[in-house]
Design a protein around this ligand. Structure first.
Ligand SMILES: NC(=O)N[C@@H](CC(=O)O)C(=O)O
Ligand SMILES: [Zn+2]
Ligand SMILES: [Zn+2]
Length: 356
């Protein structure tokens, strides 16, 4: 018997769309299943000003397939030179939904990020007052800190002091990978939330390193040990509204991943919803999937949930997904969960709730 599940159309609260030929190649993968996505600003050069966010948004809209039901939500890349007035004006104008903090050097294209947190105090204070959320890439960059500890140390050394110094600042801990992060969110019930990626619910660090090095499982923050993956699964499927989906789908051309110095990022846009349905079903939590994909994030960002619906169907035979997406910037390998997926998004479902 086929099972099906109808959800409000999901949102992706952490997505990399890149630019140019890569953008054109991978945007349909997200626009097919998602109504909105919070688009990360780590282009080269980064999206720093309101004007740059507007221009990037226009390039995304121009790259959308005809008839797509998708809206990009823009972010600004916080630098030590960011002008608080520009941030607040861009937020008031509805141009940006959040500001992104990258510690300098923490991840892909983060060289313009923050080194001295005192230098962004004015921006953070203005954001707290205006209710502009701050998204954080939560890893310290201190080379003496072990890479598997960088998220937990970030919470102690950076995030907690920053939140204490800026009362009222609304913070999203992006792509959390540890039980420490999930516990920190649970311990602070206002103005704090976390996104969880698809791939961190599937892989632990063994998947990257045991039996050969798997560059397509390498991302930042790097996947941690199994106990942390279990903590993330528990948080994502708990129904707690402070946890929601941010895929961090981060395309790199295969040549840049399969290299002596491979780029960080897993590309999950193509099969995220079938993978999530599998995980939630495994944990007897399918009724909570819609909260994670379609309700909690919108509520935190103070936006209405989407009216349109999508239907997921579980078939007797595994669904087929492309192994890679060909783009004008080279092929991009789609994340392989390592097991067959029986769930698929029903392409024929009506987007109009009144028609069902
Ligand atoms: N997550 C990743 O491994 N990579 C992201 C950057 C990021 O989100 O840290 C990218 O832009 O490729
Ligand atoms: Zn990041
Ligand atoms: Zn990311």
């Amino acid at each position: 018997m086929t099972q099906h599940l109808t959800l409000r159309r999901p949102d992706d609260w952490h997505l990399h769309l890149r630019d140019g030929a890569m953008l054109a190649g991978i945007l349909p993968e997200t626009a097919r299943d998602f109504a909105r996505a919070l688009v990360m600003p780590n282009l080269v050069p980064p999206v720093v000003t309101g004007d740059e966010a507007r221009a990037y948004r226009d390039r995304i809209l121009a790259a959308l397939p005809a008839g797509a039901d998708f809206a990009p939500l823009m972010t600004l890349y916080l630098t030590e030179a960011t002008d608080p007035a520009d941030v607040i004006a861009a937020h008031r104008a509805g141009l940006i939904a959040a500001v992104k903090l990258y510690p300098a050097g923490a991840t892909t294209n983060s060289a313009s990020g923050v080194t001295d947190f005192d230098r962004v105090r004015g921006v953070l204070d203005a954001m707290a007052e205006a209710g502009v959320p701050l998204c954080t890439h939560g890893e310290v960059t201190d080379p003496s800190v072990d890479i598997f500890d960088r998220e937990a140390v970030f919470i102690d050394r950076v995030l907690d002091p920053l939140r204490r110094a800026t009362p009222g600042l609304r913070v999203i801990m992006e792509h959390i990978t540890t039980s420490d992060a999930a516990d920190y969110v649970r311990a602070h019930d206002t103005d704090l939330a976390a996104t969880i990626t698809t791939h961190h619910l599937i892989i632990n660090r063994n998947h990257i390193l045991a039996g050969g090095i798997r560059p397509h499982y390498y991302c930042l923050p790097v996947a941690k040990r199994e106990t942390h993956r279990q903590a993330l699964r528990a948080a994502a499927t708990s129904g707690d509204a402070r946890f929601f989906l941010g895929t961090d789908s981060a395309p790199h051309a295969d040549a840049a991943k399969e290299s002596a110095c491979g780029c960080a990022g897993c590309f999950t846009a193509t099969n995220t919803l079938p993978i999530l349905a599998h995980v939630f079903e495994e944990r007897d939590a399918l009724p909570r999937l819609e909260g994670f994909t379609s309700l909690h994030g919108a509520a935190f960002y103070r936006m209405a949930p989407n009216d349109a619906r999508i239907t997921l169907r579980k078939g007797d035979t595994p669904a087929r997904f492309p192994a890679r997406i060909d783009t004008g910037a080279g092929p991009v390998t789609v994340f392989d969960p390592g097991f067959p997926l029986h769930w698929r998004v029903d392409a024929t479902a009506s987007a109009d709730p009144s028609a069902t």
